[in-house]
Design a protein around this ligand. Structure first.
Ligand code: CP3
Length: 348
């Protein structure tokens, strides 16, 4: 039997519009905090398949979403390429030796060798596949990766950034090095996604969270074309696995008609009006999104938005989601309210 989430990704009719939330497994859930404390820290949790599987499934039971997203992080890829990831309390992710030259890049592990090191991710997926099949409730499992550009921003800056000045300096003054980084990451990501699929995910999403840092005229060259290359590689071998692309903050790239590629679902972020995305992309791609995540602080603001999105999409070729990740201080009951409202307004 096919899963309603997978059907929706392919634009097939479903009894209601399925819903999930980006970053749905995380700190707003007391149950997550408990398992993270048992693991000691966030990275230990990512490396422990039993515990990672447990927190992956929490939002299904607590919040009622229609799909689980693998619990891991986009930054495990550069970590296994040899970049030594750490999370500094209150400061977020850090790499001790950011890439500044071709020599730095050449020192990193690439291709199959790097993808093979992510065994704990594949073990988590295999465990989840078994557990989801045993539940028999037809909920889908989403695998994911960061887009090469978003990963490269951390690999070059060494941490999160507000200005992206170090990687943008490279973009304009040494584009060849940036392309070499992007190409090396793309090769690892292709194999990493393929191994996630072979381990049992139903759907994959590519997060380009920092897409909006690139000017629209350069976005294809430095990010989108690499995402499309990954999608083409996977589609050729695994056409039955839907691919979701989530480039955040690219309204003007959409409006200029620059979106192309062989994938199934376009994730619309909260700063892009859904009606605009529908006008330019709705015939070709199923749309996912796009409630502003901070609306979750108010149940009324949530209901209003869910109703407007439903009216815009008409219950067709759509998956409900937030327009970016849920924040840690959102009350759990408000997240439950969001999910229930999406299922209520779209029930056929
Ligand atoms: O529920 C899910 O969505 C699955 C798990 C998931 C995590 N990170 C867990 C996580 C996913 C899909 C990600 C993706 C991710 N990681 C992205 C892209 C998505 C997005 O939100 O744009 C990015 C940019 C990262 C990098 C990253 N990881 C940052 C910047 C941080 C720190 C930010 C913060 O909120 O503190 C992380 C850590 C992280 N990844 C946490 C979780 C649950 C918080 C760690 C903790 O428990 O303290």
């Amino acid at each position: 039997m096919s899963k309603i989430f997978v059907d929706a990704c392919f634009g097939k009719p479903t009894p209601y519009t399925p819903v999930w939330m980006m970053r749905q497994a995380g700190r707003y859930l007391p149950e997550y905090m408990k398992v993270r404390a048992e693991a000691g820290n966030f990275l230990n949790l990512c490396h422990d398949p039993e515990k990672a599987a447990e927190v992956t499934l929490q939002p299904l039971d607590i919040v009622g979403v229609d799909a689980a997203i693998l619990f891991s992080d986009i930054l495990v890829i550069p970590d296994e390429m040899g970049m030594d990831l750490s999370f500094v309390k209150g400061e977020g992710p850090k790499f001790s030796d950011p890439i500044t030259s071709q020599e730095d890049l050449d020192r990193l592990i690439g291709g199959e060798e790097a993808a093979d090191k992510l065994t704990y991710v594949y073990d988590t997926i295999k465990l989840l596949r078994k557990q989801l099949d045993e539940r028999g409730d037809e909920k889908a499992l989403i695998g994911f990766t960061g887009a090469p550009w978003t990963l490269a921003t951390y690999m070059i800056e060494g941490q999160g950034t507000k200005t992206y000045n170090i990687c943008k300096k490279m973009l304009y003054s040494n584009p060849e090095l940036l392309h070499n980084i992007l190409a090396k990451v793309t090769e690892v990501v292709k194999l990493y996604m393929e191994k996630q699929i072979q381990s049992g995910v139903d759907v994959v999403q590519i997060f380009d969270s920092w897409a909006s840092a690139i000017e629209p005229g350069k976005y294809d060259e430095f990010s989108w074309k690499y995402m499309v290359e990954i999608a083409e590689y996977l589609k050729e071998k695994y056409p039955h696995i839907p691919i979701i692309m989530f480039p955040k903050g690219v309204a003007s790239f959409i409006e200029r008609g620059l979106v192309y590629g062989n994938f199934d679902v376009f994730g619309v972020d909260w700063s892009t009006p859904m009606a605009m995305a529908k006008k330019y992309l709705g015939d070709k791609y199923v749309l996912q999104g796009n409630m502003e995540p901070c609306r979750l602080y108010s149940k009324e603001a949530t209901t209003t938005c869910v109703e407007v999105i439903q009216e815009t999409m008409g219950g067709e070729r759509h998956i409900f989601n937030l327009g970016h990740g849920i924040l840690p201080d959102v009350p759990v009951e408000n997240a439950i309210h969001f999910v229930k409202e999406c299922q209520r307004v779209s029930k056929k």
